[in-house]
Design a protein around this ligand. Sequence first.
Ligand code: APR
Length: 233
Amino acid sequence: MTRQRLVVFSGAGVSAESGLRTFRDSDGLWEEHRIEDVATPEAWRRDPATVLRFYDMRREQVLAARPNAAHRAIADLEDRFHVEVVTQNIDDLHERAGSTRVLHLHGEILKVRSTAEPTLITRLNGTSLRLGDRCALGSQLRPHIVWFGEEVPEMQRAAALISKADVLVVVGTSLQVYPAAGLIHYLPRTAEMFVVDPKDPQVGVQGAHHWKQKASEGLPALALHLRKRISDR
Ligand code: APR
């Protein structure tokens, strides 16, 4: 029997219990930092040192974090489903938990890229990116992050994956940031959507099954439910 195609669309909430702060909750990162100071092309032009300091901190925290039960449950689903993870997160916790197909919509904190040639992407040597660190072409390196106001190069690939899904699991995202949030609308009408989030879902996810739980509880429970359905068939 062909495997069902399951897409997990994750946001900061899936990594919250690994100790990485979300953006828009009451203790979120955007309470402490202004987006326009650290996460836009204008900020990079105006004050690159501040931008680099912000992402150095993010990188340190990611390196110290460990995947939690939600990341592991998602990875383990690969034994019964064809799983694709589409994440807005810049951490590598899905990969470290064992997920083999992970698409990062908003970039990856452990990578850097050339400011002259955006396809020149490498893993950062060490933990800190400095002014004066250059790519092979001699231009300044920048964090491999999609900033506000920039194009999201992986959108098309992500939309194609979701448009072929049988099941979509949305976990830990406030669905407030576009174009990523619009991806859920690519899900076929015949497919099912589950939302795992302790807060009530957005209007856009009406008709979804809401598992009003934290990711580390909700994801293992949902995974059990999905597996059981397969073996009951
Ligand atoms: N388990 C599951 N969900 C949780 C948990 C948890 N333990 N804790 C919080 N959440 C939920 C919140 O209820 C909220 O719905 O995670 C969501 C976090 O929302 P945001 O902080 O807005 O994060 P996200 O949706 O990933 O942000 C999207 O915004 O700033 C940008 O580029 C950044 O990729 C990010 C994008």
